[in-house]
Design a protein around this ligand. Sequence first.
Ligand SMILES: [Zn+2]
Length: 271
Amino acid sequence: MGKLKGLFLDTATQIARHWHAPSEREEIRGQLEGCKLYCSRYVKCQYKATILNSLIALYNFLLRYKDMNRALQESKRFSNRGVAGLTLTKSVQERIIDIGLWIATQYTNYSEQIRRLETFIEDSWETFFNSGLQLPLVDETSCLYANDAPKRGESGLFEPIKASCTKENPLECKIEAFWNNHRVGLESLANMKIDSIKAEPKETKELERIKEDSSKIIQGESSRGRRCTVYLSDAIICIEAGHCPEPSAVHSTNKKHFCPLGEVLGVECAC
Ligand SMILES: [Zn+2]
């Protein structure tokens, strides 16, 4: 990949550059070196929903079992949702393992490990997110899902951050206005000819879902909820990347989602 002036970091890249296994972290950081890095408040919400909830789940497992190896073993069981305090999705489980192993290489005893995790949950996650970025963050959507601060329950366990976007919560979400402002993009998504997209690899099913949701928004259905936080999120990020102070390409480790969308939306992706 050639060196670009500006890169807009997707959630997957933001997570990978700090929280993946060391070899992956190095690889991503090498790709970002020498570039001006941009990101958005919307990406921060996504990042927070994944990273903060992974940290919270790991903290809760460690607090329960007082031993990192045991905590990591237990986190592999989907049925241990009660201990984690949240649904153990594959992406949360992977982050728990990477972060747990990383902490274990730096801190050998339980009390240091749990204290480090506490610091991550209370503020370091945000320091990591912002590191190296041009601020202020781009903000085209004004969505604030996953906006709550981490809270501890009576048992000492942390409660998960709620990651919803509904009509009432968050009130601030202006995703409807976003799609009105970016009508051309929305129409490109609704009318895309999936078979003609050249980018490879592409996930046809994902693209069909995006096409369908975009059409429904055009027909007047709500763009909030999971259409805001999940189904159209990669498309939203591509469009936001067009609002950096200088022309910037999207950088994502999730190439199969971003490259086809970038082609449809006319947004450069660092694939
Ligand atoms: Zn929203």
